[in-house]
Design a protein around this ligand. Structure first.
Ligand SMILES: [Cu+2]
Ligand SMILES: [Zn+2]
Length: 168
């Protein structure tokens, strides 16, 4: 644990030295009603984008839509309180690496046969501070795959886990 704290301080220091306003931010996601999906997600600034690392359990095997939603409000039993996909640039829903997509559109989670998913990917356009920050927004794991085509949701089904992105 001590080692982790030291590493985090080093990251913060590196971020400050290289001009990034923020170090890592994170979200712990918890199951919505009737589900068992939970885990943690970190967002860390890097030179070429923001690195997203997710460790999620309790999923059905296969792909699951994974997005930042506009409100950090998981109070509804089905997490609809988190609103739609975070979309400060008024784009259509789409793949993270395409030009047109919501800022909140993340690559899918891929769960193994045991229901565990890990993701480690660098994405563009996600701000960890400033007007369009993801801090305070919702993070949602969906029951179904994101088709990256259906507007504006990707037809990813229900919300099986929800969390709030925090810089604390
Ligand atoms: Cu979503
Ligand atoms: Zn979207």
């Amino acid at each position: 644990m001590k080692k982790t704290l030291v590493s985090l301080s080093m990251l913060a220091l590196l971020g400050a030295v290289s001009g990034y306003a923020n170090a890592e931010v994170r979200a712990d996601v918890a199951p919505t009603q009737g589900n068992t999906v939970k885990g943690s997600v970190t967002f860390t600034p890097e030179a070429n984008g923001v690195k997203v690392v997710a460790n999620i359990s309790g999923l059905t095997p296969g792909a699951h839509g994974f997005h930042i939603h506009e409100r950090g409000d998981c109070s509804a039993p089905d997490a609809t309180s988190a609103g739609g996909h975070f979309n400060p640039t008024q784009q259509p829903h789409g793949k993270t690496d395409d030009n047109a997509h919501h800022v909140g559109d993340l690559p899918p989670l891929e769960a193994d046969a045991a229901g565990n998913a890990t993701l480690s990917v660098v994405v563009q356009g996600v701000a960890l501070s400033g007007d369009n920050t993801i801090v305070g927004r919702g993070l949602i794991v969906h029951a179904a795959p994101d088709d990256f085509t259906t507007q504006p949701t990707g037809n990813a089904g229900g919300r099986v886990a929800c969390g709030v992105v925090s810089d604390k």
